[in-house]
Design a protein around this ligand. Structure first.
Ligand SMILES: [Zn+2]
Length: 144
């Protein structure tokens, strides 16, 4: 069936969402193939030294964390697309107000307005925020 290409603002939003889905999928695929190549060092056959292995593990963990974040984002984006299909994209799920277009440009997967988002963040992840904020590598002062 032929698709109607309308130039309405909502189709731009949909395009943006679809582009974002595409980009996120590509990122995940890229990271996954990176992980695979790291897991199977088929080239050479030389056993890397300990430092190499350690940095490999570090890189892999970083990639894994990134994949995790991207997959969550992908789910949120697909959900937003679903909402777009229904026709309520850009409307806050919590209070029913319009979400600022500027916000949707930055966070296309947003389904809450800034105020409601701030409210849920304050209640659900107040502790997580605390542990994320100061990223210091200093060990706690323990006598040795
Ligand atoms: Zn709201």
């Amino acid at each position: 069936m032929g698709k109607h290409q309308k130039n309405s603002p909502s189709s731009t939003e949909k395009q943006r969402l679809e582009q974002e889905v595409q980009r996120t999928r590509e990122n995940i695929a890229g990271l996954k193939s990176f992980m695979k190549s790291e897991l199977e060092p088929s080239s050479g056959g030389e056993d890397g030294d300990a430092a190499d292995v350690a940095s490999d593990i570090y890189e892999r963990e970083k990639a894994l964390a990134l994949i995790c974040t991207l997959e969550k984002k992908l789910l949120a984006l697909e959900y937003a697309l679903e909402i777009e299909r229904v026709g309520t994209y850009g409307i806050c799920e919590s209070c029913g107000q319009k979400i600022a277009p500027a916000r949707l440009e930055i966070v296309p997967e947003a389904t809450l307005c800034v105020i409601c988002k701030a409210k849920t963040e304050r209640t659900s992840s107040a502790r997580r925020k605390l542990s994320l904020a100061p990223r210091r590598k200093m060990p706690p002062d323990e006598p040795k």
